[in-house]
Write a protein that binds this ligand. Structure first.
Ligand SMILES: Nc1ncnc2c1ncn2[C@@H]1O[C@H](COP(=O)(O)OP(=O)(O)OP(=O)(O)O)[C@@H](O)[C@H]1O
Ligand SMILES: [Mg+2]
Length: 369
């Protein structure tokens, strides 16, 4: 039984290959002093309200393991949720990772997955998985531009022939915007709100048209619990500044794209995936700034896991077909696009023309055979 795992900063998503069963819970782990552990939804309920002696942590940040022990607990829990108590043997696991993480960081992800019970671990670039999940023709010579907006990482990737032509990343996302909202309310009003309140304020932009929003938190002047009316303009200014960073990232990806591929984007549009795609006002700002057709993928939050679930069987069948023909050479064994190998020495996450040519010749060879 093989498992696909998207270890997001805010949520993990996990599924078993060949089954429709996919689940998602917050990437949160909580411990009390006696070592009792809560994971997922139960741990998330404690964020900002953990009883004394209990700490709730997010072990994954921007695809990187921040707390190894908690990450192992999270992954073990993800396996148990996906397998619903059946753990017949150590499963092979495909995990999505952002582009540009270091070899040491990749090794930490692999180690955590093995420690949690995984057997073989395959890393797969999340932008490629997102493109597959969004239904983009990622392995055709037609170029596509995908913008994946997560909680801890924002990536803009140009893909063609199943490989990454160029990828730009900023290690910030919706979680950083929540932190910026907490900070601006603290500075402006000497009032402390929690991250979950800040996230709710962010998500309510566009839904609620009132000029002020009422929040609960701590009045820092008195030290006591209080309510506060926050102006919508304060929240919107933080949202606008985050949107500017995303616009900058997209513009730089467009500027560096080969001209033929830019023509392709103009035909098929730029596709946005990830939870951040729902941020109010982002789409109109991106369209206005780039004058390009931009669309949000269906079910944008789950594109990465759906892409992983459909890419892995495709890769297996391609390898099996080539092996049957006895032509698979051990030095250049075809892998699914985006897979960075089962070890930390796997291919570079960001490609260039070399990656493009490698994938082009590999696909041509496969077709010829
Ligand atoms: N309606 C909304 N408006 C604004 N932001 C939203 C909305 N809904 C979800 N988000 C944000 O989307 C982010 C979560 O997106 P996603 O699930 O793609 O991230 P992730 O996969 O956990 O993180 P990453 O891939 O960066 O490690 C959170 O910051 C969340 O607040
Ligand atoms: Mg993600």
């Amino acid at each position: 039984m093989d498992i696909a795992l998207d270890l997001g900063t805010s949520r993990f998503r996990v599924g078993v290959l060949g089954s429709d069963n996919m689940c998602s819970e917050p990437s949160t782990v909580a411990y009390d002093q006696s070592g009792r552990q809560l994971v997922g939804d139960q741990a998330e309920q404690l964020i900002g309200r953990a009883p004394q002696g209990m700490t709730a942590i997010h072990p994954i940040l921007s695809g990187v393991v921040k707390d190894f022990e908690a990450a192992v607990a999270l992954i073990r829990y993800a396996f148990s949720q996906a397998l619903q108590g059946r753990m017949p043997r150590r499963p092979n696991v495909t995990v999505s990772i952002p582009t540009g993480i270091t070899a040491v960081e990749k090794r930490a992800v692999e180690e955590a997955v093995r420690e949690a019970g995984g057997k073989q671990v395959q890393l797969f670039e999340s932008v490629i998985a997102a493109a597959i999940g969004a239904g983009l023709p990622f392995d055709s010579p037609h170029g596509a531009l995908i913008l994946n907006l997560g909680a801890g990482v924002t990536e803009a990737a140009v893909i063609s022939l199943g490989g990454i032509v160029d990828c730009r990343k900023i290690s910030m996302g919706g979680r950083n915007l929540d932190e910026a909202i907490v900070e601006s309310v603290r500075k402006e009003h000497a009032f402390l709100i929690g991250l979950k309140t800040a996230e709710a304020l962010k998500c309510s932009c566009g839904e609620d048209s009132s000029a002020v929003l009422t929040v609960r938190g701590r009045n820092l002047a008195t030290g006591l619990p209080d309510t506060l009316e926050v102006s919508r303009a304060l929240i919107e200014s933080q949202v606008a500044s985050y949107c500017e960073s995303v616009v900058g990232l997209l513009v730089s990806a467009l500027e560096s794209s080969p001209p033929e591929l830019v023509g392709d984007f103009m035909d098929s549009g730029i596709v946005i995936t990830g939870g951040g795609s729902r941020l109010h006002g982002l789409l109109s700002r991106l369209r206005q700034k780039t004058d390009m057709p931009i669309v949000v993928a269906d079910d944008a939050d789950t594109c990465v896991i759906r892409g992983l679930l459909s890419a892995v069987p495709q890769r297996e069948s391609r390898i099996a077909a080539l092996r049957l023909r006895g032509r698979a050479r051990s030095s250049d064994r075809p892998r699914s696009a985006g897979a960075t190998g089962g070890s930390a020495t796997g291919g570079s996450a960001t490609g260039g023309s070399a990656t493009l040519q490698r994938f082009a010749s590999r696909i041509r060879r496969t077709l010829e055979e």
